[in-house]
Design a protein around this ligand. Structure first.
Ligand SMILES: [Zn+2]
Length: 199
């Protein structure tokens, strides 16, 4: 019989969910909160939904202090929200870099368009500052080929992730990396609830 998944309740909305569906936080020695995206850091954990409104509620109602049974140095909710967003972005960037190292990525506007004309890859990351002409073409092809796409990182950062100069888009072939990226992007979008986080 399958073991029951460990569950925890969100400090914001109090809903009980499986641990893996929640964000875990631990306390650093300086008493600040550390988002533990992989759920592996030692120490007592405190949890919220992967949703910025739950995180903000937990901070503004001082619930981390009670849950961790220690004094917590917590700034404004926006600071912790920004920190979580940064960690999630780093994780997404990490998967793009790994996929590239494994030879599963094609980058650059022309390469991406050429790939999309031939076949449907797993997922596409479009730079936030892609030129409108190339952007329309890439996204139009993605929609036509039924390929997921997301917009994150500017051309400079996207290029650095794949070890190149400026890159306006990166496609990741179907497989483990694209599956992981889809999951991470869904979490990232849920965190902002389709909100207006400028990236
Ligand atoms: Zn919640």
């Amino acid at each position: 019989m399958a073991r029951e998944e460990p569950q925890r309740s969100c400090l914001g909305c109090r809903e009980v969910k499986a641990k893996k569906e929640l964000l875990r936080f631990v306390l650093a020695p300086d008493r600040t909160l550390v988002p533990d995206l992989l759920g592996k850091l030692p120490g007592r954990g405190a949890y919220t939904c992967i949703r910025k409104s739950c995180l903000a509620a937990a901070v503004s109602k001082s619930r981390f202090t009670r849950a961790l049974r220690e004094e917590v140095r917590c700034g404004a909710p926006a600071e912790l929200i920004a920190l979580v967003a940064t960690r999630m972005e780093e994780r997404i960037g990490g998967y793009l870099a790994l996929a590239n190292k494994a030879g599963k990525a094609v980058s650059g506007g022309d390469g991406v368009i050429e790939t999309l004309m031939k076949r449907a890859p797993g997922i596409i990351c479009v730079a936030t500052d892609i030129s409108p002409g190339i952007g329309q073409k890439v996204i139009g092809l993605a929609v036509r080929m039924n390929v997921d796409h997301f917009s994150l990182f500017d051309k400079e950062r996207l290029g650095a992730i794949v070890g190149k100069g400026l890159r306006s888009a990166v496609v990741i072939e179907r497989g483990g990396f694209s599956d992981a990226l889809k999951i991470e992007m869904e979490k990232y979008r849920n965190f902002f609830e389709g909100g207006t986080h400028a990236t």
